[in-house]
Design a protein around this ligand. Structure first.
Ligand SMILES: [Zn+2]
Length: 293
């Protein structure tokens, strides 16, 4: 496995074709950080090799995406973002470009460390999380809420499976310009407390008012056995049900519904997924047990 990419002396990703030959490239391995030399001879395909002569490192696309996303955001000093929850967009395009005064990397916060911290023009901050295979979990989410700082998560999973080179304009655009891969973590999308029949109306139904796009996937919260249980509609139409604190009784309950109605447990997000056909039934059961109304 040859290495075709390395970090230059500024810590930026660089490809072998752009590097000066030999040690003059002043490059480092993007995986282990050791100095590398650019081998640009006549016979073998040009590549980087560790100066120490040790075997090549395998640089995962996931790590590259992570590094590259941080680099392009730092360079661009901005991001195209979906509308901030609670703010009514003023133009036809509800997304907007946010300018940053500065972007810092891995600044420790109280109990967690966002990938990037952007300084906004009004003096406030925006935390930026770059997610490829690991996403913000419950604990981090709670810390973000406690910090009360605007937080965006960029989901780059799709770029794991594309053929686009890193670096490339295509991947750069996906990081900076796409908005469907960005989600507001804080402020949270507003929770909607509507009776079942209204909350789960079909948006296609002409007699019913359309739900706001941002409300469609927003979270609905119930109090079941004294604990918060939230429901999120996924783009597929399935719902994800999650208990905010660990409670064996609720786990047993959600599991029994899964056994009866079908669905699956997602260990990564610690939530229970019920498919479209079971959605109304699950919602009706939650509504029936809800103590918060
Ligand atoms: Zn290495």
């Amino acid at each position: 496995m040859s290495m075709f990419i390395a970090l230059d002396h500024n810590g930026r990703l660089t490809t072998i074709d752009k590097a000066s030959r030999g040690l003059a490239c002043q490059c480092y391995c993007a995986s282990c950080g050791e100095p590398v030399i650019a081998r640009k001879g006549l016979i073998r395909e040009h590549h980087f090799a560790h100066h120490s002569n040790k075997d090549s490192c395998f640089i995962q696309r996931e790590s590259l995406l992570h590094l590259y996303a941080k680099e392009v955001i730092r360079d661009a000093l901005g991001l195209q973002l979906p509308p901030e929850p609670g703010i009514v967009p003023s133009s036809a395009d509800p997304t907007s470009w946010w300018d940053f005064e500065g972007v810092e990397e891995e600044v420790p916060q109280w109990g967690f460390q966002p990938d990037l911290v952007a300084q906004l023009k009004d003096g406030s901050q925006l935390f930026i999380e770059v997610a490829v295979t690991s996403f913000i979990g419950d604990e981090k989410l709670e810390r973000i809420k406690q910090a009360g700082t605007r937080t965006i998560e960029i989901d780059l999973r799709e770029q794991l499976f594309t053929q686009h080179a890193i670096p490339s304009e295509a991947v750069k655009n996906a990081i900076l310009k796409q908005t469907k891969n960005k989600a507001w973590i804080f402020p949270e999308p507003p929770a909607i407390f509507l009776p079942t029949s209204q909350a789960w109306q079909s948006p296609e139904s002409p007699s019913q008012p359309m739900l706001q796009p941002e409300a469609k996937f927003s979270e609905q919260r119930f109090t079941i056995m004294g604990m918060w249980v939230s429901v999120r509609t996924l783009p597929s139409g399935s719902i994800a049900v999650r208990s905010w604190s660990y409670n064996p009784q609720i786990t047993e309950l959600l599991k029994s519904w899964r056994n009866q109605l079908g669905g699956e447990y997602n260990p990564k997000y610690r939530n229970w997924i019920y498919h479209l056909h079971a959605k109304e039934e699950v919602m009706a059961r939650l509504q029936g047990m809800n103590q918060s109304l």
